[in-house]
Each structure stands twice: as C-alpha cells, then as structure tokens.
Write a protein that binds this ligand. Sequence first.
Ligand SMILES: *Cc1c(COP(=O)(O)O)cnc(C)c1O
Length: 404
Amino acid sequence: MFKINENYQKLPGSYLFSTIAKKVSEYQEKNPDRRVIRLGIGDVTQPIAPAIIDAMHRAVDEMGNAETFRGYAPDLGYDFLRKAIADNDYRARGCEVSEDEIFVSDGAKSDSANIQEIFAESCRIAVCDPVYPVYVDSNVMAGRTGDYDAKTETWSRVIYMPTTAENHFVPEFPRETPDIIYLCLPNNPTGTTLTKSQLQEWVDYANRIGAVILYDAAYEAYISEDDVAHSIYECEGARTCAIEIRSFSKNAGFTGVRLGFTVVPKDLKCGDVSLNAMWARRHGTKFNGAPYIVQRAGEAVYTDAGKAQVKEQVAYYMKNAATIKTGLADAGYEVFGGVNAPYIWMRTPQGMTSWEFFDYLLENANVVGTPGSGFGPSGEGYFRLTAFGNYENTVEALERIKAL
Ligand SMILES: *Cc1c(COP(=O)(O)O)cnc(C)c1O
C-alpha cells in the first residue's frame, strides 16, 4: 500500500487569499450597490508592452514555418536570452555574471520553491518575518522545518528574523546559525529594502558562517534610490555565497506569460562540489525549457523600445504607490515601503489587528487590502496595499480612506 509524503500533512491551510475572497463576496452580496476597490492582489493589471507583443507575434509565425520552427528549447535557456540578461542585468551594472551561470525558467515562484532541493535535509533555513510564504512552505514539503506550533504560527527548525517598524525593517543576524538565508529585496510584503551597504553586511556574514543566501530580486525594477543594489552580485564576495532569483512578472507584466531565471555562480561551492553543476543537472532532469515564444518575449524586454515601455509601466505603478503612500500619511497613518517597491505597508490604527482593520476598511471604505498577519506573526498589526491597480481606482480608494 502506498504512503504519502507526510510532510504535506503538516502544512497549515493557507486561508489568506481564500478568506479575503470569501469576505469580499459576502460583503458584495449584502451590498450590491457598493463598488469595491481591490488593492489586495499582487498581480499586475497593465497589458504587455507593444514591443514585447510584436516579438511574440514574430515568434509565433516562426513556429508555423518549417524553416524556422523550434522544438525543445535548450534546458538552460536560449543563448539569445541568456546573453541579453548577462549584458543588461549584470555587465551593465558591473557585476560578473556569465551566460552559463544563468538558468532560464518559467518564473521565480517555481525557482524559489525548487532551489531548496539541492541542499541537505538537515540545513536550517532563516527567513524574514513577515515573508513570501513559498520559501517556508517548500521547505515544509521537503521535511526541513520541524514541527508547527499553531499558537505562535512558527516552525521549530525555522529561524525567524522579524522585520518590523522597530528595527526599520532591517533583519538582524539571528542568534542561531542558519545554513540557508532567504532574502527578498525589495521586499514583498513590506515594500521596504536594504541599502547596498546593509546587503554587503549580509554577504559578509554568509561568507563568514558558510551559509548560502537565496536572493529573490523579483522587484528589482522598482528600485528608485541610488544606494540600493539591483543585484546581490554588486556586493563583494556574493559569488561565493549567493544565488539570485529573478522574474519577468512584475517588471514586464509576465504573470500570465511565465518567465524567470536563476543565477548560480560557478564560485559557489560546497567543498569541491559546484552548485552551478548541481542546478544544471536538476534543471536538465526536471525542466524541459521555457517556451521559445516566451523567451523571445523576454529578449524584447531588453531592446531599446522594450526598456522604454517597461520603464513607463513601472512608473505608472509607482505613481500609484506614491498616491497611496502620501494619501495614507495625510490621513494620519504610519506608512512604510512604496519607494523601491510597489507595496505599501501600514500600521493598523488604534491597535486594531490586521483582520479587524481589513473588515473596517472593507465595510467603511469598500477597499480591499491584505492583512499583514497573513505573511507571518510579525506582520500582525500591519496591512498591505498594492500599487498594481489602475490609477483612477487607486485615487478613489485613497479619497475614501481619507474621508473615514
Ligand atoms: C510575484 C513574486 C515572485 C514572482 O513569481 P513568478 O513566478 O515569476 O511570477 C517571486 N517572488 C516574490 C516575492 C513575488 O512577490
């Protein structure tokens, strides 16, 4: 008789987005005349830029012609895309990353969930709290996290690094020594980030203790301040301790198109075992390549027209972020983030819990956000609003909040 992977049974239900959806539809049923504005989702709303659409159309036509048809893509990605990535995301920023250190994939979620496979089950992971849930859950499935304590909402073998207003959202080096450190910068959900020199301290720390940093840079395109690193490889020594994960979802609207990549430097080794070789082996066995059409779309992101159009979209969302941030501040709320990321993180007023504020905002302003407690225990007392909506709705949502 077969047995299941019991680790899956340990996963607590993720009720966050289903609870939100349920509460919103119940409210809408009772109040059909009210127009609810959703600033809760982490999905983009602007259409794919024309330069990218043109590239996809051309690639579609190539697929219909015997001379230009392509079958399986190379496991690790087409050379044209890996070169565009290496040139634009790395060489242009003075980072030493070569084409054969770049692994093209179908997105950052799968890479950030899968990368833990190449590490021992005994490794201790450290995560910021609040956190993007994929990092912890993928390690739960792998049996790396120990037992769950429902009361504290924590796992016994996971090292939590609280990031709150009290420490200015800068995680401290943990008391216990981690083997794997997840950093997401700029951060989802807090919308905050670290300066390059603060990140350098993490790189130095990881090299000192022999840990690896899994660096999720999905929001790199939203960085507006000069002292923030766009890649962890801007930091000295990162090639011996860091894996960087990137996505085309948030910068170019590929959430439904699917494309991302992971950088594993050849200098990253465990004894004399190369993690680059391990990830190549893993990728080659379990992944058959991102679609040709999608990789041509990714290449177009790096053309002059693509760059200009994508920059405009990011600016559109960041205008929303500024609208939310200044609107909330004017209304007397304490707000964080929204400068280098499309997320605004706010403290709930008058000691309300995250869910109490969710209900209050839904019922009184007909605005939907995300309760901070859904991202981890240190998110309690906070609330996330996203800049991914359209501008008119964002302005109206803030007018409503200010009128409360
Ligand atoms: C949205 C997001 C991603 C992107 O995932 P894709 O699979 O590339 O769409 C990755 N990490 C974080 C923290 C995110 O918020």
